[in-house]
Design a protein around this ligand. Structure first.
Ligand code: GDP
Ligand code: CA
Length: 318
């Protein structure tokens, strides 16, 4: 079975670990969000691709959910001693090596997709990890600051400001001109099922879908498209997804996110058992819906979520 998954960082990566356990023989292609990418200290950092790579490759800091295990921060401290920031972005020494290799290869002319493949040679994530595009896309968030309304890089909003102020708009800058990376459209065309893990619907899955051609390919593939809600009981499980949902006028509920993706894209949707009451409403909107436990508390629970998604996919298969 060929499975395509559109993934952000933590939510996507943890789900993928469960999916690998649930479907060990499946050929899994991950289309990763690159809208979070940022240049720091002259280096190209791809937080979501790295979270997937480290999580599936066994190098992730488990409790934190991003960055490397057993990390040290000597380089960052030394940079700070020179007064060089930003100090709000946690780049550890081990992690730095990844960004140095990536930046070196990009500088030598390799596209991000080739660089990602090279990095994965070390990590052996057990999936084919593709960036959504080789072109530069950067998500910006419009916020009010002391100097007035302005757009800041998503990382500055999310990590630097901890999404403490309201977002007025979320703009994937460059997405309109971006082309899907090599392999992306082919993987979708050859897929037996497409899954949206419980990743952020706006700044992860939404950004991937903003690359022209990807949404159309998924909607037109004629295979089941099934998503899992990142919201439980009207709130994100982790992080501040409610802030960016508000910016695009979508309520922070499992049902509202399903409606936002819409029946033109989504065939099936899993909500948590806490949101079982929303199942009839989602189904009335033309999306098959089931309530199952959606907390990725351990490997077996996460694998059960993945199995539920694949079962729902068979139910809705045209
Ligand atoms: P990011 O790029 O690291 O922010 O990660 P993603 O976009 O992949 O995922 C973020 C989303 O994952 C958040 O909106 C969380 O609500 C969701 N999430 C995290 N842990 C869980 C979980 O255990 N269950 C569910 N259903 N969602 C989760
Ligand atoms: Ca992210």
């Amino acid at each position: 079975m060929r499975i395509v998954v559109l993934a952000g960082g933590i939510g996507g990566a943890r789900f993928l670990r469960g999916l690998k356990q649930a479907a060990p023989d499946a050929e899994i292609t991950v289309i990763g969000n690159t809208g979070d990418d940022i240049h720091l200290f002259g280096l190209k950092v791809c937080p979501d691709l790295d979270t997937v790579m480290y999580t599936l490759g066994g190098g992730i800091h488990e409790e934190q959910g991003w960055g490397r295990a057993e990390e040290t921060f000597t380089v960052k401290e030394e940079l700070a001693a020179y007064g060089v920031g930003p100090e709000w972005f946690g780049l550890g020494d081990r992690d730095f090596a990844t960004h140095i290799v990536r930046t070196q290869m990009l500088g030598a002319g390799y596209p991000l997709s080739a660089v990602t493949e090279a990095l994965c040679t070390r990590w052996q994530p057990g999936v084919r990890l593709l960036p959504m595009t080789d072109d530069r896309v950067e998500t910006h968030v419009v916020v009010d600051t002391a100097e007035g309304r302005k757009a800041v890089h998503f990382q500055e909003y999310w990590v630097g400001m901890r999404a403490a102020v309201d977002a007025h708009a979320v703009v994937p800058v460059g997405a309109e001109q971006a082309k899907p990376a090599p392999g992306v459209l082919d993987a979708i065309a050859q897929a037996d099922v497409v899954l949206f893990p419980p990743s952020n619907p706006v700044v992860s899955v939404g950004t991937i879908l903003a690359v022209p051609g990807i949404r159309e390919a998924i909607a037109g593939a004629g295979v089941p498209v099934v998503g899992l809600s990142p919201l439980i009981g009207g709130a994100p499980v982790r992080g501040m997804a409610d802030k960016v949902l508000a910016a695009i006028g979508v309520e922070a509920t499992a049902a509202a996110v399903a409606a936002h993706y819409g029946s033109g894209l989504l065939d099936g949707w899993l909500v948590d058992t806490a949101d079982a009451g929303t199942v009839p409403g989602v189904e009335a909107a033309g999306i098959r819906c089931r309530a199952v436990p959606l907390l990725m508390s351990d490997a077996d629970t996460t694998a059960a979520m993945a199995r539920a998604a694949l079962t729902l996919a068979e139910e809705v298969r045209p």
